[in-house]
Every structure is written in structure tokens, then in C-alpha cells.
Design a protein around this ligand. Structure first.
Ligand code: C5P
Ligand code: C5P
Length: 485
């Protein structure tokens, strides 16, 4: 299937690129994309390609595709709208933008570039890997899919393949051996590598491990989250010393990776793995701190944008904190003022995460553990843009278990935002959060969807408890009685 699927997928990419190129240059093309790393990267890929082709694009980042987004898009003067990292699961909503007589603004030409589980009918200008036999949660992201279209419009742009890689890593698609990209992502990475835009090697997936002081690397690492170490330099200093490694050089400066002997490096690695296991992570999970590093050689050695995972968490931080313009500037290549602002944003992002995690730890009422599902209710405390990040981080920490899905709730404007994550093991057992969340949200008058491993939705205020109980029932039927924990 993949072979035949690949040529059909590429054909679709080409026909969408041709259609976009045929739009009269004076017409504005509105790109609407999602606020996370993959969404911002994917939207920016199209922005690059459309600008390179002389078109007149405008990029808008949104929390989700809902009635409010549709109403705003309907009001825009653009007759051409490209939905990126969204749309395939919300066809009914999109219909509201088309074929409405007597209302010119609602008769728009719609494009969808997405990787979420699609619902029928397939649209003429829709590209989604699921429609061609691929899995959009690990073979290719929205950024990768946008790249397939964009490279037919702008073959020499150096940013677009790097953004495709950052987007895939932002969506945690590094599911191959030693945290490597697989499927179409792997092919995109190979292409970038052959052009000198990417280097890969094995290493510790710690923040700035190439160049920064060890203490900072540990304390600043958020993905993977190191319980008890992330965000706490004092604890990291103690931890490094406890391994018998001196964190300080003879001249008083901090030691970084380059200052360690091979023996010390091994001790550090084993120490981190043991520590993570002692914090309740499985050995497989703990060992995943070692993996394939994806490096952008054109970025400065001490830049947070040099390591593709850090690039992804940087733009994710911009999106989750609502600094969409900053995220886009970074993706468009601004390495002046934007890079300075980014450094501050990353600090703010880390602080925000620690604040929420402390709040959860001291507010046991926010945690609910049922036989087949567990949840954190962030109420009005956790920003609805951050709840997904928070449950991803806490999922592998106590008292949560990777044996059942984790759900997050947070108050949104006039509804409850739902976020959901499953472990790879649960997905292997047949759990599909995309369909589960959709079914449960729709039962309570809400909407939802996504991927098997990560999904989200919106439900009416006050329905959190009933939604969770219903989900518990659905999952118990889904994975069977024998697996309760
Ligand atoms: O909309 P989109 O597909 O880009 O978003 C998927 C979201 O799910 C991302 O924010 C990604 O980080 C998250 N994710 C996760 N755990 C996984 C896979 C994805 O938290 N295993
Ligand atoms: O918001 P969060 O990071 O939890 O979203 C997880 C995944 O679910 C993302 O891929 C997001 O695009 C998707 N989602 C969706 N429909 C919704 C809400 C989220 O497809 N209504």
C-alpha cells in the first residue's frame, strides 16, 4: 500500500501546489493553522512557499477549528483559505464556508493540509496521509505534509525541510529505533541531510547538551520532563555531584559535555536513567533520554534553534503562550530581535509549567483516578492552551500510570477544553483517543478528534465528571476487563 500510496500522495501534493499557484497573485490567500509546534511550522512552510512564488499569503494561528474560527474566517476578505494541521475531521464546519448563495464572503475555495484522522467525504483539495495508507501520528506530520506541497512551489527554500523536521519532532513522531523519525519523515530528513541542512547523531536528548553547562542542560530540559530536576538548578547540581561528577571546572567555570571524560559521560547517562526509573518511569521510557539528535548546522552552536527538538519546543512555547507572531518570525528566519525575545519566552514557558505542576501537586482535588482513565482538572488555573502540554509532562510521573489514558480539562472561553494522551503501549492495545474523545464529546454536545495517541475536544461547562465516567466506560469496553489497573 505504502508504495502506491506514496505516488498518489505526491500526485495530490502536486495538484494542490498547482492549484495554489494558479490563484491570481493579487488575491489574498488565508492560511489558518494550529498553535502548537507542528501547526506553526506547517503554516510557516506554506507562508515561505507562497511568498517565494509571488503570491499574497497571510497566516493566522488559532487554538482550534471551531464555530468561532469559522465565523472569523467567513468574515475575512480572502476567497482562498488553506486549513493546515486541522480540517480533515471537521468537514461539516467547513461546509459553512462554501456554496452559500447571497453571501459572497461565505463562498470560499477551501484547501486542507492535515494529518489528523479524516472524516468523509474526501475533498478535492485535501491532502492527508491517512487517505493514502499512512499514519498521520507517526509517518508524517502536518509540517511534513505541507512540505510535500511547498517543495513543488519553492524547491530552493532552505527553511521548509528543516521546519518539516521540527514539526514532526514537535508532534513526537520520533517513534523509530533510538527515537528516530520513520516513514515519510525519515525520507524528508534524508533529503535535508543530503542538502547539508541537517546532521543526525546519537546523543542525550537534553536541552543544549552540545554546548551548555551540565547543570543548565538538566534544569532546562522539559521534553523529556525529568521529575525533580527539570526547572530546579539546585537539585541538578546536587544530582550531578551525587554521581561523583564535579559540575565545576578548575577555573571555577561550569563544566559542559565537552569537559567530561568518556567515563564521566557514561556515569552521567547511567545516573540519569537510574534516577528516572527511581521516579517511576519504566526502563524503556528512562532509556529514551538517549536517542537520535537532529541538528541544524546553519544555526549558531549555542542557539536554542540548533537542535531540532529544541527548535520545536521553542515554537511550541511561543504558541502555548499565545505569542504566535514570535513563533512565525522564528520560522521565517528572524534571528535578530526575535531570537532575543524567544530566550525570554522560553524562561516564561518553563516558569509557567513549574507553576502549574506545583499547583497540581498541592491540589489533589484536581486529580481524578478511575479504573480505565485518569484526569487533571485545571479549572480556571491552567490556561487552556497549556493543558495539553501539562498532561503530556505529568503522564509519566506519579501518581499517574501509563496503563491508562490521561485527560486534561481547562476552562476555555465558553466551554471546557479537553486534552487527552495515551501511551504507545495503549495504542498497541487498540486504544484510539481520536475516536474515543470524538464519541464522548459528541455525546455531551461537544466536539473532538485527533490522533490515536493524542486527541482533544471541547465540551459544555459542568460536563467534565459525566464525560470522564462515560470515557471510562468506553475505554473499559475498548481494552477489555483484564487490563484494569
Ligand atoms: O494538532 P497536532 O497533531 O499537531 O498536535 C498533536 C499534539 O499532541 C502535539 O502538541 C504533540 O506534542 C502532542 N503529542 C503528545 N504525545 C504524543 C504525541 C503527540 O503529547 N505521544
Ligand atoms: O490540544 P491538544 O494538544 O490536546 O490536542 C491534541 C490533538 O487533538 C491535536 O492534534 C489537536 O489538533 C487535536 N484536536 C482535534 N480536535 C479538537 C481538539 C484537538 O483534532 N476539537
Amino acid at each position: 500500500m505504502a508504495q502506491e500510496g506514496e505516488s498518489l500522495l505526491l500526485k495530490r501534493a502536486e495538484s494542490i501546489a498547482n492549484e495554489l499557484l494558479s490563484i491570481p497573485k493579487e488575491e489574498e490567500i488565508l492560511i489558518v493553522s494550529h498553535l502548537d509546534a507542528d501547526g506553526i511550522a506547517a503554516g510557516s512552510i506554506l507562508l515561505h512557499a507562497l511568498l517565494d512564488s509571488g503570491a499574497n499569503p497571510c497566516l493566522r494561528i488559532v487554538k482550534q477549528l471551531d464555530v468561532g474560527t469559522i465565523e472569523e474566517v467567513a468574515k475575512s476578505s480572502s476567497d482562498f483559505v488553506v486549513f493546515v494541521d486541522m480540517g480533515s475531521g471537521q468537514k461539516t464546519l467547513l461546509e459553512k464556508l462554501r456554496n452559500k448563495e447571497n453571501d459572497k464572503n461565505k463562498n470560499k475555495e477551501i484547501f486542507i493540509i492535515d494529518h489528523h484522522q479524516p472524516e468523509p467525504p474526501e475533498m478535492e483539495f485535501e491532502i492527508n496521509p491517512h487517505m493514502f495508507g499512512y499514519n498521520g501520528s507517526n509517518d508524517i506530520s502536518a509540517s511534513g505534509t505541507a512540505y510535500l506541497v511547498a517543495k513543488r512551489m519553492s524547491s530552493t527554500n532552505p527553511y521548509i525541510s528543516q521546519l518539516a523536521i521540527a514539526g514532526a519532532l514537535g508532534d513526537l513522531q520520533d517513534r523509530g529505533e533510538r527515537a528516530s523519525l520513520v516513514g515519510l519523515n525519515k525520507a524528508i530528513a534524508a533529503e535535508a541531510e543530503s542538502k547539508g541542512l541537517l546532521k543526525t547523531k546519537l546523543g542525550l536528548k537534553l536541552y543544549g547538551f552540545e554546548s551548555r553547562p551540565l547543570v543548565h542542560c538538566l534544569a532546562n530540559t522539559i521534553e523529556p520532563y525529568l521529575p525533580g530536576l527539570s526547572g530546579d538548578e539546585g537539585a541538578c547540581l546536587k544530582f550531578i555531584k551525587s554521581l561523583g561528577i564535579d559540575p565545576v571546572k578548575a577555573d571555577g567555570g561550569w563544566r559542559s559535555q565537552a569537559d567530561l571524560s568518556n567515563n564521566e559521560l557514561r556515569t552521567l547517562l547511567n545516573g540519569i536513567i537510574k534516577y528516572l526509573i527511581s521516579q517511576g518511569l519504566s526502563s524503556k521510557e528512562a532509556e529514551s533520554v538517549v536517542g537520535t539528535l537532529y541538528i541544524f548546522p546553519n544555526e549558531a552552536p549555542d542557539s536554542p534553534l540548533r537542535d531540532a527538538r529544541e527548535f520545536a519546543s521553542s515554537i511550541n512555547a511561543c504558541g502555548r503562550l499565545g505569542k504566535y507572531g514570535l513563533g512565525i518570525s522564528i520560522c521565517m528566519g528572524d534571528r535578530g530581535q526575535a531570537l532575543e525575545e524567544l530566550k525570554q519566552t522560553l524562561q516564561e514557558y518553563r516558569k509557567t509549567i513549574s507553576r502549574y505542576l506545583n499547583w497540581i501537586q498541592t491540589n489533589n482535588d484536581s486529580i481524578k483516578i478511575l479504573p480505565y482513565v485518569q484526569a487533571i482538572n485545571g479549572g480556571t488555573v491552567v490556561d487552556d492552551r497549556m493543558i495539553g502540554t501539562i498532561i503530556s509532562i505529568t503522564y509519566s510521573t506519579k501518581p499517574f500510570s501509563l496503563e491508562k489514558p490521561i485527560i486534561g480539562f481547562a476552562m476555555s472561553e465558553d466551554c471546557i477544553k479537553v486534552s487527552a494522551r495515551a501511551s504507545q503501549n495503549l495504542v498497541k492495545k487498540g486504544v484510539n483517543l481520536g475516536t474515543l474523545i470524538k464519541e464522548a464529546a459528541e455525546k455531551f454536545g461537544g466536539t473532538g478528534g485527533g490522533h490515536n495517541i493524542a486527541a482533544g475536544g471541547q465540551i459544555p461547562i459542568g460536563q467534565e465528571e459525566a464525560f470522564l465516567q462515560y470515557l471510562n466506560e468506553l475505554i473499559s469496553k475498548n481494552i477489555g476487563e483484564g487490563h484494569a489497573h
